[in-house]
Design a protein around this ligand. Structure first.
Ligand SMILES: C[S@@+](CC[C@H](N)C(=O)[O-])C[C@H]1O[C@@H](n2cnc3c(N)ncnc32)[C@H](O)[C@@H]1O
Length: 308
C-alpha cells in the first residue's frame, strides 16, 4: 500500500512539473495543484487500506480465542451445574415416588372394580373423598368380617362403597353415615339412590354441637343422630374435618367405646397426619389392652384398630 501511495504521488508531482514547464502555469498555482493532488492520493490510499486492516484485526481476535477442549476432556463442574444435577435428581425421585403412588391407586381401583359391579359412574376419589386404597381396605374388611352394622363419620364415596360391599357379600346389615353438612348428606343420598343401595345405607344429617365426652366436652356430631346405635361392628372415622376443632376425630372412640360389638374394628383415615397420630396415642393410653393397632401404609395412612 505504501509503494502504491509513493508511486502515485511521484507520478502526480512529475505531471504537475511537466504541465508547469510547457504552459504558463504560475509557481503558486503549480504548488496548489501538487498539494491538492497529493492529499487526494493520500485519502484514496487510506480508504483502500481499510478492508485489509479489518481482515488482519479479525485474524488477531480469532487467534486470541482459546481452542475448545477435546470432546472427551473432563470439564470441571461449575456450581450451577452441581445445583442443576441436584435439582434433576430430586425431580426424578419425586416423579418416581408419584408414579409408584399412582400405580398403587390404579391397582386398588382395578381390584375394587373386579370385586364390585359398579353400574353407574363414580365421583372422583382422593382429596376430600377416600382414596382407592382405603376404599379397598373397607371393602376387604366387610368381606372378611361381615359386619351387621357399620357406622361412618363423614359421608361420601366411602358410604357408597361400603353399601355396595354389603350388597356384594349378601350381608343383611346397614351402613349409617353421620354427616354434618346437609349439602354433602344430600349428595351422598343421591349417590346411594342412583346405585340402588339406598336401602343398605342411611345418611343422617348430624350438625356439629357440643357433646359431653368423659368428664369434659367436645364439638362432634349431634348426639340425637347416633345415640340409638349399639353393637357397631365397624366404625370408620373420616370426619368431622379438622378445621372444626383440634383433634376433631378424637371423640368418636370415647363416645362409641360402649357401643362397639366385641372384636369390632375401627378405621381412622389420614393417619399420616400428626393430628391423627396424636388421636390414636390418646386412644391407646385410655383403652390400653382393649385396643390393638395396625398401621396400614396407605396413600394417606390408616390406623386399623381392633377393639376388645
Ligand atoms: C374427609 S370428608 C369425608 C369423605 C368421605 N368419607 C368419602 O370417602 O367421600 C369429611 C367431611 O368433609 C366434608 N366435605 C366433603 N367434601 C368436601 C369438599 N370438597 N370441601 C369441603 N368439605 C367437604 C363433608 O362434610 C365430609 O363429611
Amino acid at each position: 500500500m505504501r509503494w502504491l501511495a509513493l508511486g502515485a504521488g511521484t507520478c502526480w508531482l512529475a505531471l504537475v512539473v511537466v504541465v508547469a514547464l510547457v504552459s504558463d502555469l504560475g509557481t503558486a498555482s503549480a504548488v496548489l495543484f501538487a498539494a491538492l493532488g497529493l492529499m487526494t492520493i493520500a485519502g484514496l490510499v487510506f480508504v483502500v487500506s481499510i478492508p485489509p486492516r479489518i481482515t488482519s484485526a479479525a485474524g488477531r481476535v480469532i487467534k486470541a480465542i482459546p481452542p475448545p477442549p477435546p470432546a472427551d476432556a473432563k470439564v470441571a463442574a461449575t456450581l450451577d451445574e452441581q445445583v442443576l444435577a441436584q435439582v434433576a435428581s430430586a425431580v426424578a425421585r419425586a416423579v418416581d415416588q408419584d408414579l409408584k403412588r399412582t400405580f398403587r391407586q390404579t391397582e386398588a381401583l382395578q381390584n375394587l372394580y373386579a370385586i364390585i359391579d359398579f353400574e353407574h359412574a363414580l365421583p372422583a376419589s382422593r382429596g376430600w373423598p377416600a382414596s382407592p386404597d382405603l376404599l379397598l381396605l373397607l371393602v376387604d374388611l366387610v368381606d372378611r368380617h361381615r359386619p351387621q352394622l357399620v357406622v361412618e363419620c363423614g359421608s361420601g364415596l366411602s358410604t357408597l362403597c361400603l353399601a355396595l360391599a354389603m350388597r356384594r357379600y349378601g350381608i343383611d346389615g346397614k351402613v349409617i353415615a353421620l354427616e354434618h353438612l346437609e349439602q354433602y348428606a344430600a349428595q351422598t343420598r343421591e349417590l346411594l339412590e342412583r346405585h340402588g343401595v339406598a336401602d343398605l345405607a342411611e345418611v343422617r344429617t348430624a350438625p356439629i354441637e357440643t357433646v359431653e365426652v368423659g368428664d369434659g366436652s367436645a364439638v362432634w356430631y349431634a348426639r340425637a343422630a347416633w345415640e340409638d346405635l349399639t353393637a357397631v361392628d365397624l366404625l370408620f372415622v373420616d370426619g368431622p374435618p379438622s378445621s372444626l376443632s383440634p383433634q376433631s376425630r378424637y371423640p368418636s372412640l370415647p363416645l362409641f367405646s360402649e357401643r362397639l360389638a366385641p372384636g369390632a374394628h375401627v378405621v381412622l383415615d389420614d393417619f399420616q397426619r400428626a393430628e391423627e397420630r396424636d388421636v390414636v396415642k390418646r386412644w391407646r393410653s385410655e383403652y390400653g389392652d382393649r385396643l390393638t393397632l395396625e398401621r396400614v401404609p396407605l396413600e394417606k395412612g390408616a390406623a386399623l384398630l381392633t377393639f376388645r
